[in-house]
Structures are given as C-alpha cells and as structure tokens.
Write a protein that binds this ligand. Structure first.
Ligand code: NAP
Length: 653
C-alpha cells in the first residue's frame, strides 16, 4: 500500500501546504486531474481541462499555466479537507464519471469493454485481483504430494514462482543461468533497455514508484526482477546453472519426468505433476548464415552474449542487424569506436518519444510515492499509451489504394509522421533518407523507438551499408559488389531463434509424440498460447502467438497467463485429477480464430519479412489481440475445454 490513505498520513501530507503545492508542479496534468476528480467527484474539472489533453502521453498536454496552478490549489484544498474532516478517501471514483475520466486521461476514447480491465489493473483497493484463491482449500497432504517444475527464472518464471509460493504449492524453478532475469540478465550489450515505459512494464502486484528512468536500461530492470525474486524468497527454490534437457510425460504415472544438466555436466532427474515452460521466445541467439562467418579472426559478439571484457573502444566495428537490439547498441558504441559500419538488410521504422531519454526527477518520484492514487492513474495512462491505442493502426484496410506504402488511412498518417521525423533527423541528406526509410508499411516489423539512431547515422565515423553481404573473411565483410569493409570486431545484432520454440529441449508428450512432431520446425501452436493437445499438464508462458507487437507489455501478458495456469493447477489440486489436456476442438477453433485475425494485420503483409512469420508465411509469434481481448480470453480457465484423467498413483518428487 503506497497511497497515504490513513488520516495520519493525510495530515502529514497537508501539514506543509506550500511544499505540497510546490511538489505538485512536477505531477503530470492528466493523472493529477484524475486524482482531483477521483477525490472530489466534480465533473466540471474534466470539461475544463479535457480540451488541453490531446493524447495519452504527458507531452500531449498543453494546459495553460494559470489553469495548472488552479488545479494544484484544488488538489491541495481537497486533500486538506479530507485531512481536516477525517473522512476516508473514496476507494473508487464515481462509476458514472469513469468513462469521461478515462477519455480525458488518455485524450482518446477508451471503449467500455476496458472498464473491468481498468478496475483490475488500477487495483484501487490493493487487493491484487489477479491472484487466484482456493475455492476449497486443499489439505497439507494433498499439497505436499503435488509438484510443479517451472523452466526459466526470467520475468515470467519469477512471476509464476511468486504466485505458486503464495498459494503454497510446492515447486522448483530450473534456471540455466546463475541469476534470475532471463533475457534481462543475458542481454547486457551497451545501450540495452526497454521500449515500454517501466511504470507499466513491471509487475502489477509489485509496482515500483522509484524507477530512475521512464524507459529503464537493462541494469535497472534486471535489479527489479532480482529484487522481486529475493523479496519473496524465491532463490531457495531455484536450481541455478542447471538446464532442462528433456521433459517426458509418463502416462501411466501421470507425471512429467524431467532431466536437467548442471554446470559440471551432471544429469539430474525429477518428476513433476505439472511443467510450466517460461523460457519465452527470445532465449537462444540467432547467428546469421553467412559464408565464412567462422573464419573471422577478430572478436565476434552477439548482442545477447555480450562480453564486457572485449574492449571495442578505438576499433573498427562492423554490426550486422538493425532490429531492436541493433537500434540500441549502435548509438551507444558509435561515440567510442574508431569506425562503425552498419550492415542493414532492411530498414526499420522507429518512433520518437521525448520521454525515452528522460530521468524521473526526485519530485516526480515523491508525487508517485505520496499523492493518493496518482501512481495508479499514471500507470493506467501508460497502459493505454503503450498498447491498445495503436491496435487499429495495424489493421489492413482491404480497400486501401496504396498497400505497398501503408495499411490504411491511419497507418498512412503514421507513416508520414515517421518519414518527417527521419527527414528532420537526417538533415535532408537524401541518400541517407532513402536508405533509412523502410519499403514496407509501419508495423510490418517491430516498431522501434528512435534511440538517436538517425542522428548517429550522420556521424563521420559511421557508415550505413545496405548492399548484400556475400561473405565474411578473416578481417572483413565482403559485399556482393566486391566492396571490402575491414573490421576488427563484429557485432551480431541478428536476434533469436524465436520460431523454433522451446529449442533445444526434448519435450515428449503422450504416446511418444514430441513437441517437434507436433509443431514441426517452425509452426508452434497452443490454445490461447498456453496448452497443446497431446501434452497433458504442460503450460507455456510467452508461447505461440503471445508476442505483443502492436505495443503493450510482455509482463502484462505473462500475468494473464500465470492467472490462467494457476486456475488450471487449482483445478487439478482441488479435484484430485491426475491430468488435464486441452481438447482438439477448442484448440482448433482457437487456431482458426488467431490465424483469421492475423491475416488482416500488418505482419501478414506480403512485402514484409519479420521474425514473426514462419517459412510458410504463417505468423506464429504474435498475438493479434488487444490486451483487453487477451485478458478476457484468459481470465477464466474453462474446464469444459479440457479432458481430465482420474487420480494418479505415484507422487512427484
Ligand atoms: P531482430 O529484430 O530479429 O533483428 C535482427 C536483425 O538482424 C534484423 O535487422 C535482420 O534483418 C538482421 N539479420 C538477420 N540475419 C541477417 C543476415 N543473414 N544478414 C543481414 N542481416 C541479418 O532481433 P533483435 O533486434 O535482437 O530483436 C528481437 C526482439 O527482441 C525484438 O523484436 C523485441 O521483441 C526484443 N527486443 C526488445 C528490445 C526493447 O525493448 N527495446 C530490445 C532488444 C530486443 P531483417 O530485418 O532484414 O530480417
């Protein structure tokens, strides 16, 4: 509980009204307005300020100074009034005002179907509504006989562990690294950070008001995950530096037989009633298939395997790949290297966000920590600005006359804004503008944040090479036209083996069918992204079709999945059933629904190659849903979609 709702805390807050009024100057207008209307219920304030809120980010607000000063005074007055009268702060705003409040906060229309999500996400009563509670509390013996193995201790695995622990369910997390954090531990390349504002990109059940940046860098995010893990005592249940090599379903015993390999290459065997894979999609680095790759004699660094011991300062560096990782690493290293040659196969679209480089001031942290409900409204504003507000821009309008450029009128408008930004940043350099402008519609690949990419391209010591790489030699990258780029160090910003999901683990379900038999090399499919026919008691977090590429937070999706999986586990524990397995019919119906929705979205566009599509052109990684749709799909585990098998004989250990 961080809001000072006790009478004592409220009195302390208003004891120095001058200080409070001064501190409010660092608050953003839109969430501050929400605090006032939440506490006072006066809709007139919405009418007065709404015209100045033009969009969902703080920099979209244009309220005049005198109106802001009046707003600050009104907030101080209402808090002082609550303190003086001893009245409790209202837990929720007036329900009748909520629609107008949400529209005003975001400067856009928030549809009605978001209201349950808003209530849940804002968690105004601090009751953690996503936690799954027992309906029929199991006996200690029943619980002791149950065991879950979670594979991976990244953002999702840690969330799963925390919720299992809260429910008292025995579990073990197997983690191949020596620390938690997953992708946020492994990726430590210069400039590594997040594209989604952290006051939203974080656990809803442990929101931090102390982020130093709106868009944190890797160390801060890693520290946050580790803090959550330590705070809940999770490390005691994590087998670090151990990798799951296989998980085989034993139908007779109704148990998973899991094998792991430790750092000394020793194998260990375990059994589990349930296995949850939390290895995600961005787990195994992808190296490019370029002839001569292994002949390069200098250091070669993949962004996901950065070696800080290798000093790149003053050296000639070649970087292959210009996706989300390349966008971050190149501007970070360009100022220190002798020369940076960027090998770009395709250009990427990148949005500008003025908050991307901003630090959160101490005053703002104070407001987040102390002003009742401010942090909650602020978080929800970011939820909207970072996610579903963009969803319509990714839909293909079948009648749009310029499909090679854009997808729809809205998408075209966005394209023009992005092009304007590129042209401005590149100072009218026509050659660079041509090279840096993608030849496909915005959102065809992941939308990036401009990490000063374009102004980096103008540096004297940076070359953008857009020709085709022919091969690599001991000391150079050689282009198809014969140009040799001599380099001392190579950086592979070439992404992950995302489509070969769960690689290299051997996952074998019922009747000896493996996950590769079921999915082939690159066609992963799961019911609501989580369960697969033939693989009883097996759940995936961040599995097939759960990547949010229109925006959003992977943490939000994993929390939806953890809730669903916890309900599935509750079903097993409470009923004593040995196994549950998703039925073919709902699985198939869901695949058709997903494919149908995806076929109308940006990633399916014929001009586009991306890591979301498999060789057959099916989008296997991304979710087509708005966050609210996925929340609704996963809110309630439906036992009717699963086959249940009677109690098992053997106990897990
Ligand atoms: P990526 O988006 O898959 O980008 C890989 C890059 O390597 C692309 O530019 C690709 O070109 C290029 N490439 C691959 N093989 C090549 C070859 N043989 N020759 C030349 N170029 C080649 O990988 P990533 O940048 O690591 O990002 C992966 C995902 O991680 C992101 O989409 C995102 O979900 C996540 N991520 C997020 C952040 C963040 O939050 N800021 C940061 C890093 C990563 P083409 O485009 O032509 O295929």
């Amino acid at each position: 509980m961080t809001s000072p709702t006790t009478a004592q805390a409220l009195k302390a807050l208003v004891s120095d009204r001058t200080h409070l009024a001064e501190a409010l100057k660092s608050a953003d207008v839109a969430p501050l307005l929400m605090v006032l209307v939440h506490l006072g219920g006066d809709p007139a304030w919405l009418d007065r300020v709404a015209p100045y809120i033009k969009g969902p980010w703080s920099f979209h607000e244009e309220a005049p100074e005198d109106l802001k000063a009046e707003l600050h005074r009104a907030v101080v007055d209402i808090l002082a009034d609550y303190a003086a009268t001893g009245r409790d702060l209202p837990a929720a705003p007036d329900a009748a005002l909520l629609p107008k409040m949400l529209d005003t906060l975001t400067g856009q229309h928030v549809p009605e179907d978001y209201y349950p999500l808003v209530a849940e996400e804002m968690d105004l009563t601090d009751s953690d509504p996503k936690t799954v509670h027992w309906r029929d509390t199991p006996s200690p013996e029943a619980l002791a006989a149950f065991h879950v193995i979670v594979i991976g201790a990244g953002f999702s695995g840690v969330a799963m562990g925390i919720k299992l622990k809260e429910a008292g369910i025995p579990f073990t997390i197997v983690e191949k690294n020596d620390r938690v954090g997953g992708t946020w531990y492994e990726n430590s390349y210069p400039g590594c950070g997040v594209d989604t504002a952290n006051h939203f990109y974080s656990y809803s059940f442990n929101v931090s008001h102390d982020w130093d940046h709106f868009f944190a860098k890797r160390d801060e995010i890693f520290a946050y995950i580790e803090r959550n893990s330590v705070r809940t005592g999770l490390p005691d249940q994590i087998r670090f530096h151990e990798e799951v090599t296989s998980a085989v379903w034993d139908e007779a015993a109704a148990l998973w037989r899991v094998e792991t390999r430790d750092r000394e290459n020793q194998l260990h065997q375990f059994t589990a009633n349930v296995v949850v894979s939390a290895v995600g999609q961005l787990n195994r680095p992808q190296y490019p298939e370029i002839p001569g790759l292994d002949s390069f004699e200098g250091p070669a660094l993949h962004t996901a395997r950065w070696d800080k011991e290798i000093d790149i300062a003053g050296r000639r560096v070649g970087m292959i790949g210009t996706g989300a990782s390349g966008m971050q690493v190149a501007p970070a290293i360009a100022p220190i290297v002798d020369h940076l040659t960027i090998f770009q196969r395709s250009a990427h679209w990148a949005m500008n966000n003025p908050l991307y480089f901003e630090r959160v001031t101490d005053d703002k942290k104070w407001v987040l920590n102390n002003l009742p409900y401010y942090a909650k409204w602020f978080r929800w504003q970011l939820f909207w600005s970072s996610s579903d507000g963009f969803h319509p821009l990714l839909q293909i309008d079948p009648d749009w006359p310029q499909p090679e450029r854009s997808l729809s009128a809205g998408n075209e408008e966005l394209r023009q804004r992005l092009e304007k930004h590129i042209a401005e940043e590149l100072g009218g350099d026509e050659d660079l503008i041509r090279k840096a402008t993608p030849d496909y519609p915005p959102y065809g690949k992941r939308m990036l944040r401009d990490n000063h990419w374009y102004r980096m391209l103008r540096r004297e010591n940076v070359t953008l090479e857009t020709g085709r790489i022919d091969h690599i030699e001991t000391d150079a990258v050689v282009m198809a036209d014969g140009t040799r780029h001599e380099v001392d160090v190579l950086v592979y910003a070439t992404g992950f083996q995302a489509r070969r999901m769960l690689t290299p683990m051997h996952i074998e379900g019922r009747d000896g069918i493996t996950i590769r038999d079921s999915w082939g090399e690159d066609d992963p499919r799961a019911h609501i992204g989580m369960t697969v026919p033939g693989f009883p008691n097996f759940f995936l977090i961040y599995g097939p079709n759960t990547n949010q590429a229109h925006g959003g937070s992977a943490v939000y999706y994993s929390e939806c999945q953890v809730r669903y999986i916890m309900q599935g586990i509750r079903e097993l524990v409470e009923t004593g059933a040995a196994a549950l397995e998703v039925k073919q019919a709902p699985f198939q119906a869901y695949q058709e629904k997903v494919d149908g929705a995806l076929s109308k979205m940006a990633w399916a566009h014929p001009n586009v190659n991306n890591w979301y599509k498999n060789k057959q052109g099916r989008v296997t990684q991304n979710s087509p849903w708005r966050l609210v749709d996925y929340r609704n799909l996963t809110e309630t585990f439906d036992p009717g979609e699963y086959d249940f098998r009677p109690a098992h004989a053997e106990t897990a250990a």
